[in-house]
Design a protein around this ligand. Structure first.
Ligand SMILES: NC(=O)C1=CN([C@@H]2O[C@H](COP(=O)(O)OP(=O)(O)OC[C@H]3O[C@@H](n4cnc5c(N)ncnc54)[C@H](O)[C@@H]3O)[C@@H](O)[C@H]2O)C=CC1
Ligand SMILES: O=C1[C@@H](O)[C@H](O)[C@@H](O)[C@H](O)[C@H]1O
Length: 339
């Protein structure tokens, strides 16, 4: 391995461009070796003035570019399966943005392909596991001081959704974060899901079922509710309150800045995930680079990516039918070396 880990960033849109910047300017021990995007202008814009970066419109060419030792996938979810398998075929370690693969059958193929290799190669981009507030909540719950968790109340709001966003994507793209966070915080699988649809907001595009109220049941009987509202218009808000037998704990209220002027006080509210979770993305990518340079893979893995896809798929059925929908996970293949 070279002194600086050579990373190919695949997909140079909103997230990809931010990861290029992060690898170049924030993270230690890595460099951007190649960027690929079918839109060549986007790839060039993302690279900006960084020296020595190969720019491609073809993913495979980027994977084979000189100096590429690891891969960060930031293309749309539908492209992830093919790209993950191409990286596995070359033995390249991967950090793959969520959703790992949007459909559960494809996600399971990725789990099985990695299991056949007999070692972990992929980390999935569930960055909330690297957020300071989520980590404090996880240690508190694991420490047991508050007793057993009974309920998680979650709020997830975006200012607006991108034009391609569908009603199903509120679950598959947005609530996928709460699905992973709940599995991680509680250490339990989710077993059933019900989705209620309040009347759509006038601020949502025509036909988009926004907001939605999602209720998960878990192994062991805890409940997780999620308000997902992706065109709230006023801010990017992510909160989670754990209610336990001997107390409760809430995260997500942290103030950015309070400005007092002209007889009033105004608190700033983050407008998007790149601001709210900036530190979490930095920590996630640094941790991936550090582990990769040690020849290891840590953090959420392909099974977590598969479980999130299977739960989200049941959620979409629940949204369409209005019925409580049980969640069935496939048998887990013998996990690869978890070191
Ligand atoms: N962790 C998080 O909080 C977030 C994660 N994401 C995830 O990041 C990924 C990318 O999302 P955005 O950057 O918002 O999308 P975007 O639409 O801004 O960018 C996607 C880019 O990928 C390119 N692309 C399309 N097919 C490709 C392929 N086969 N190979 C390489 N590039 C390809 C497109 O031309 C585009 O430039 C998605 O999986 C999304 O779910 C997005 C937002 C936040
Ligand atoms: O992952 C993300 C987006 O893809 C998703 O669409 C948003 O709802 C989330 O807040 C963001 O973190």
């Amino acid at each position: 391995m070279s002194e600086l880990l050579g990373v190919a960033v695949l997909g140079a849109g909103h997230m990809g461009a931010d990861h290029v910047r992060r690898l170049d300017r924030v993270v230690n021990g890595a460099r951007v070796a190649a960027v690929a995007d079918p839109d060549a202008e986007r790839a060039k814009d993302a690279v900006g003035g960084i020296d020595g970066v190969a720019v491609h419109t073809d993913v495979e060419a980027a994977l084979d570019a000189p100096g590429v030792e690891a891969v960060l996938i930031a293309s749309p979810g539908e492209a992830h399966e093919e790209t993950l398998l191409a990286a596995f075929a070359r033995g390249l370690p991967v950090l793959c943005e969520k959703p790992m693969v949007p459909d559960s059958a494809g996600a399971l193929r990725v789990v099985e392909a990695e299991a056949r290799l007999g070692r972990r190669l992929a980390q999935v981009g569930f960055m909330r596991r690297y957020d300071a507030e989520y980590r404090r909540l996880k240690s508190l719950l694991d420490g047991g001081r508050l007793g057993r968790p009974l309920m998680l109340h979650c709020v997830h709001r975006n200012v607006s959704s991108p034009p391609h966003f569908t009603s199903a994507m509120l679950v598959t793209s947005s609530v996928s974060h709460e699905i992973d966070a709940a599995r991680w915080l509680l250490g339990r699988e989710l077993t059933a899901v019900t989705v209620l649809r309040p009347r759509p907001s006038a601020g949502a595009p025509d036909g988009l079922l926004d907001p939605q109220f999602v209720l998960f049941e878990t192994e062991g009987g805890a409940l997780v509710d999620v308000e997902i509202f992706v065109n709230c218009g006023f801010g990017y808000e992510v909160r989670c309150e754990a209610v336990c037998e001997a107390g409760s704990a809430r995260i997500g209220d942290a103030h950015t800045m309070v400005v007092t002027a002209a007889g009033g006080a105004r608190e700033e509210v983050a407008q998007d995930y790149l601001v709210r979770f900036a530190d979490a993305y930095d920590r996630e990518v640094q941790s991936w680079v550090d582990a990769t340079r040690r020849g290891r893979v840590t953090g959420p893995g392909t099974w977590d990516g598969y479980a999130a896809a299977a739960v989200a798929e049941a959620g979409v059925r629940a949204l369409e039918t209005g019925a409580r929908t049980p969640i069935a996970l496939a048998p887990r293949p013998a996990p690869p070396d978890l070191s």
